[in-house]
Design a protein around this ligand. Structure first.
Ligand code: PLP
Length: 390
C-alpha cells in the first residue's frame, strides 16, 4: 500500500472496491472444490484483469491463468505469470507475430486453434524463430462463437482438408492438420459452454451443461487414442463449475467471475437454493455518491454508463439502510436511484455500495481496485489488463 492508510469512507467516487476477505474466500473455495474433485484450476483473467489477483490465484494453487486476448497474455507475462492459455482464436498476422514473440519469452504459453489457416500461419511464424508451441483444439459445444463443431468430427481421420477452406474442418481433420506441423504440439481440447452459465434453474443448467460437455468427451477420447500428448480438457465457467467437476474426462476449470462476482451471477439458482447463487460472495462493489437530491421521487448518483456496464442483471444496492432502493442508468455520468416502500432516500453526499451488473466489462472501465478489509483500504491493485482488447 502506497501512502497513508485510508478508510473506505475517504474514497472518492465512482470507484471499485474489492473486499479482500470475500475475495479470498471465493478463491480458496473454488480451489478447494477443484482439488477435491481431482481437477485443476486455470482461472480466467478476463474477469478481474489484474495480474496481482492472478498471482494470488496461482499462490493459492491455480496451475495457470487464462487470457482472452494476446494483449492480456502479454500483460500477464510482463507480470511474471506462467502457464497462460489464450482462450480465443489468434488470426491476424499482427497478432500471430505478437503471439510468437510472447512464446519466445514464455515457453509454457498455450493457445486455442479452430481453423487450418491460422494454424499454418502460426506454424510458419514459429518456424522462422525456431520455436515450438502447445495448442488446444477449441471445440464448439453450442455457443457457436468460436471452435469447431463436434458434429463435423465424424469425417474419416485420414482426410486432411485443405487450408483454404473458409468453413472450419471437423475436429479430427483439424487435429490431423495440427499434427502435420512438427512445431505444434496438440495438448488437448477447450470446450466452453458460455450459453448455459446463467441458466436460472440449477437443474436445467446442470442438464444443459452435461449435454454440452458430453459432445466434447467423445472427441477427447478419440483424440487421446490418436495423440498421446492430448491430456488437457479445459472447460467450464462459474455458473457450472460445481456441475462440471462431475465430468470424469474434464481436467481443468476455466472459471473467472467467481473471484469478483456480480448481480447477474448472484441471481441464478444454486444446488442449495434455487432462488440465488450461494457458492461465491460479492467481493466486487462499486461506490457511488448521491450528487443531486432536487427531484421528487429519486436522487441522482455519480455513476452512469462510464462507470457501470449496462449488461447483465440490475445492479444491487447493498448498504443495509438503503436495501430495496433501485439503481438505473441515467446517461453517461449519472445513475438514478428510486425508492420503494418505507426505505428513506439517501441524502446528498451519501455513498451507495453496489454489486455491479456484469463484472468483466465494468472492471474494464477502471484503472485500479481499492482493496478493503472492513472499513480500511489496505491496498490498491492496478487493473493492468484493462483495455486489452487486441
Ligand atoms: C472461454 C471462456 N472460458 C471461461 C470463461 C469464464 O466464465 P465465467 O466468468 O462465467 O466464470 C469465459 C467467460 O466469458 C470464457 O469466455
Amino acid at each position: 500500500m502506497n501512502g497513508t492508510l485510508q478508510r473506505k469512507t475517504d474514497l472518492d467516487t465512482p470507484c471499485l472496491v474489492l473486499d479482500l476477505d470475500i475475495l479470498d474466500q471465493n478463491l480458496r473455495k473454488m480451489q478447494a472444490l477443484t482439488e477435491r474433485a481431482g481437477k485443476r484450476l486455470r482461472p480466467h483473467a478476463k474477469t478481474h484483469k489484474c495480474s496481482l489477483l492472478a498471482r494470488r490465484q496461482m499462490e493459492i494453487g491455480a496451475i495457470g491463468i487464462c487470457a482472452a486476448k494476446v494483449s492480456e497474455a502479454e500483460a500477464l507475462c510482463r507480470a511474471g505469470i506462467e502457464n497462460i492459455l489464450i482462450t480465443g482464436p489468434v488470426v491476424t498476422k499482427q497478432k500471430i507475430a505478437r503471439l510468437v514473440a510472447l512464446r519466445a519469452k514464455a515457453p509454457s504459453l498455450m493457445v486455442v486453434v479452430d481453423h487450418p489457416v491460422p494454424i499454418d500461419l502460426l506454424s510458419a511464424a514459429l518456424g522462422d524463430q525456431g520455436l515450438t508451441m502447445d495448442v488446444l483444439l477449441d471445440v464448439d459445444i453450442g455457443l457457436h462463437r468460436t471452435g469447431v463443431s463436434p458434429a463435423e468430427s465424424s469425417a474419416p481421420a485420414e482426410l486432411s482438408a485443405p487450408a483454404e477452406l473458409s468453413a472450419p474442418n471437423g475436429v479430427i481433420n483439424l487435429a490431423d492438420h495440427i499434427l502435420a506441423h512438427s512445431n505444434l504440439r496438440l495438448r488437448g481440447i477447450q470446450a466452453y459452454a458460455g450459453q448455459v452459465q446463467h441458466i436460472h434453474s440449477y437443474n436445467d443448467r446442470k442438464n444443459g451443461s452435461h449435454q454440452c460437455l458430453q459432445k466434447a468427451t467423445g472427441i477427447f477420447h478419440a483424440l487421446q487414442t490418436k495423440v498421446p500428448t492430448c491430456t488437457v480438457f479445459s472447460a467450464s465457467g462459474t455458473g457450472t463449475s460445481d456441475i462440471d467437476l462431475d465430468i470424469p474426462e474434464l481436467t481443468e476449470l476455466q472459471a473467472g467471475s467467481y473471484a469478483c462476482m456480480d448481480a447477474e451471477y448472484l441471481a441464478i439458482g444454486s444446488a442449495e437454493d434455487n432462488s440465488r447463487f450461494t457458492a461465491f460472495g460479492p467481493a466486487l462493489r462499486l461506490l457511488t455518491t448521491v450528487v443531486s437530491v432536487n427531484q421528487d421521487g429519486y436522487v441522482t448518483v455519480d455513476a452512469g454508463l462510464k462507470a457501470l456496464y449496462r449488461d447483465g442483471a440490475v445492479p444491487q444496492i447493498i448498504n443495509p439502510e438503503y436495501a430495496g432502493l433501485q439503481y438505473d442508468w441515467f446517461g453517461d455520468e449519472y445513475g438514478r436511484v428510486t425508492g420503494s416502500g418505507s426505505v428513506g432516500m439517501p441524502p446528498l453526499g451519501a455513498v451507495l455500495e453496489l454489486v455491479t451488473s456484469h463484472c468483466d466489462p465494468t472492471i474494464n472501465l477502471f484503472d485500479r481496485y481499492y482493496v478493503t478489509q472492513g472499513p480500511e483500504v489496505v491496498d490498491t491493485w492496478s487493473i493492468d489488463l484493462r483495455g486489452c482488447s487486441q
